[in-house]
Design a binder for this molecule. Structure first.
Ligand SMILES: [Zn+2]
Ligand SMILES: [Zn+2]
Length: 179
């Protein structure tokens, strides 16, 4: 494990959020889709379930997507802004099946603030570890999705198994054609 469990989950969740707008397709088109996303990633705390909440999350998504396309100073600027604007106050908490982990916002903070601060705390770990090269774009042809490589040997190149399979099949065919 490269990072603490809550950091790795938060990085995966941030990546998934960024990819809900990948290749020009809106995968969070309405509050119901956001609700499903929040359930999938086990976000706790209050929700309004309205369009304003969704709009804030869309805004946050754009900010987070920028993290994959900037340098260290750019990432730091985003992290510090999200922590500041989200009024982050890190506290260790324990709930449900989770052992102690950090919550840096109140359960009553807005969904976007909670998601943003959680992502920022995780990204702060990545910056401190000098591991920003773990944030990459998928290497498959025709896919530009964000990915976070949490493998021990930094070997992950594709956003998901379908991209990996597609590229492996293409590489196999190319080898056969060459032979
Ligand atoms: Zn929690
Ligand atoms: Zn991909």
């Amino acid at each position: 494990m490269l990072f603490a469990h809550d950091t790795e989950v938060a990085l995966a969740a941030a990546t998934a959020l960024v990819n809900t707008a990948a290749d020009g397709e809106e995968r969070l088109p309405d509050p119901a889709a956001l609700s499903t996303f929040l359930d999938t990633w086990e976000y706790t705390g209050s929700r309004t379930g309205d369009e304003a909440e969704l709009a804030e999350v869309h805004q946050l998504r754009t900010v987070l997507a920028g993290v994959w396309d900037t340098d260290e100073d750019g990432v730091v600027a985003v992290v510090n802004r999200l922590l500041r604007e989200g009024h982050a106050l890190p506290q260790l908490v324990r709930h449900d099946n989770w052992g102690y982990h950090v919550h840096a916002t109140e359960p009553t903070a807005s969904v976007a603030d909670r998601m943003g601060v959680e992502a920022a705390m995780a990204l702060a770990d990545v910056v401190r570890a000098g591991a920003l090269d773990r944030l990459r774009r998928c290497a498959a042809h025709g896919c530009d999705d964000a990915l976070v490589d949490l493998t021990r040997n930094a070997s992950r190149r594709f956003c998901d198994s379908s991209c990996a399979n597609r590229e492996h099949v293409a590489a196999y065919r190319a080898r056969r054609a060459a032979g």
